[in-house]
Design a protein around this ligand. Structure first.
Ligand code: GUN
Ligand code: FE
Length: 459
């Protein structure tokens, strides 16, 4: 099961899929009788003992493969604070909860514990690609890159850049920041050399970055061909502050654009309070938006008008935004995306527009997979099951041990009576809705990245 386009569900029953040792999907064969034979038909030189077969036919009940989730915005360093935000809003939340926590990760043993735990949790929840923010500290950011490589997750490592308007205990000078970012980029590219791990240029957000720093970041992103991630238009007080700091810029988006930080490999988190002109600019630059609905509801930042962004042809993916968001799960984030869209619909008076504003189950599952891949400019590589793409996958079992998902007998009969013919699309859409609304990590029973099993893993 995958979502090749917004709102579109593709179900391929009785299908076998072959993955080469480098993780690439080599064939997808419908109406398969014998996966082993399919592999030998594909490559005549293969001998049966050289082929491993992951066979859904052997899994009884409601099981299916779904592309691995893509978390386009997650602060790994903030994981210990998941759930802890009180009644704060962005700017006081940063001062009270976030900066003190992040500063503590300078202690490498402390960082190791937190980052290892983040990998345990994200992989167990089916996240196969994540775009991480670490902290300002280079050494522990490099450690995070090591841990991701060791655990087999596809990851962007964003050493956080901030050289102004930050507390004395958690700030770098311009030259220290330049030095430590280059250290992380060089470590990942020249020492670690794992093609699943990439550095990402991460100006925290405009208020904490000097004009000199942003100028330099825009330049090295261009010169060294790097992805970029930052926060944009999250909170009303933040907007006011940005206007004061950058009176020469037409809008918040224009601040980043002035420093060449809006590229087709830029991930912009939140984007809640954008003008039409800003939306046009983001579209023009081909930057992507990370929608973080759990965070936006929790620290009461606002409701992102995702349908408006999608209607303008902007790439949108989902972000947990730990720990503005409290949940490590992209499934839970997709559920919240659906609910927030309905809150926006409730405020719309025109009945037709109201219906259009509502994101469907298929829509939010698309955002969780291919949408996220587009935002990270990886849609040729992951996000759906296609020949030539990587096998980044979760095996979902709606009846796994402890599952909260209840599927009643009559529904089950419908499935089995038809010889497990799950091309009964309506039935399958119902099951996916059950997964989205009542499922959790207990339903994610196995996870692969690049064909390699990463969950359950060996520790
Ligand atoms: N804006 C600047 N820093 C942060 C952060 O850590 N989290 C969120 N949600 N917004 C931010
Ligand atoms: Fe964030």
């Amino acid at each position: 099961v995958d979502t090749p386009a917004l709102g579109q569900l593709r179900i391929r029953a009785r299908t076998s899929l072959g993955v080469s040792p480098d993780g690439t999907i080599q064939f997808i064969k419908a109406e398969s009788q014998n996966p082993l034979q399919d592999a030998m038909d594909f490559d005549k030189s293969l001998k049966p003992w050289e082929i491993s077969v992951i066979d859904t036919f052997q899994h009884q009940g409601f099981t299916f493969f779904f592309p691995g989730f893509i978390d386009t915005h997650v602060h790994a360093s903030q994981y210990p604070n998941a759930g802890i935000f009180g009644s704060s809003t962005l700017l006081d939340w940063l001062e009270t909860y976030t900066f003190p926590l992040e500063a503590g990760l300078k202690d490498i043993d402390h960082a190791r514990k937190i980052y290892s735990r983040v990998l345990d949790k994200t992989l167990a929840h089916g996240t196969t690609t994540a775009s991480y923010y670490t902290t300002i500290d280079a050494n522990s950011s490099n450690l995070m890159a090591d841990i991701c490589a060791q655990r087999g997750q596809r990851a962007f490592i964003g050493k956080v850049c901030m050289d102004q308007n930050s507390p004395d205990y958690y700030i770098e000078s311009l030259s220290d920041c330049q030095h430590s970012l280059q250290k992380v980029v060089n470590y990942i590219r020249e020492e670690l050399k794992d093609d699943k791990i990439k550095p990402i240029v991460t100006p925290r957000f405009a208020p904490t970055c000097s004009k000199e720093l942003m100028t330099w970041l825009g330049k090295i992103a261009h010169d060294q061909d790097l992805h970029i991630q930052t926060h944009l238009s999250e909170n009303k007080n933040e907007l006011k502050w940005v206007k004061e700091l950058f009176p020469e810029c037409e809008s918040y988006s224009d601040v980043y654009d002035s420093y060449n930080l809006l590229t087709n490999k830029t991930v912009l988190a939140h984007c809640i309070h954008l003008s039409d002109k800003e939306i046009d600019l983001i579209k023009e630059r081909e930057s992507g938006v990370s929608h973080c609905p759990i965070s936006n509801s929790s620290i009461t930042s606002g409701e992102c008008e995702v349908r408006r962004l999608l209607d303008h042809g902007i790439k949108v993916g989902l972000g947990t935004d730990l720990s503005g968001g409290y949940d490590v799960s992209i499934l839970a984030t997709a559920r919240q995306a659906l609910l927030v869209s309905r809150h926006l619909a409730m405020k719309e008076v025109d009945a037709k527009k109201q219906e259009h504003l509502k994101l469907s189950v298929n829509d939010v599952l698309y955002l969780s997979s291919l949408g996220g891949a587009q935002v990270l400019a990886m849609d040729q590589q992951v996000g759906t099951f296609e020949v030539g793409k990587q096998f980044d996958t979760q095996l979902i079992d709606l009846e796994s041990a402890g599952s909260r998902v209840d599927v009643f007998d009559w529904q089950y009969t419908k499935w089995t009576d038809e010889g497990r013919d799950i091309e009964n699309t309506k039935l399958f859409e119902d099951l996916l809705a059950k997964w989205l609304f009542t499922g959790d990590d207990r339903n994610t029973v196995r996870v692969w990245v690049g064909g390699k099993q990463v969950f359950p893993g060996t520790k």
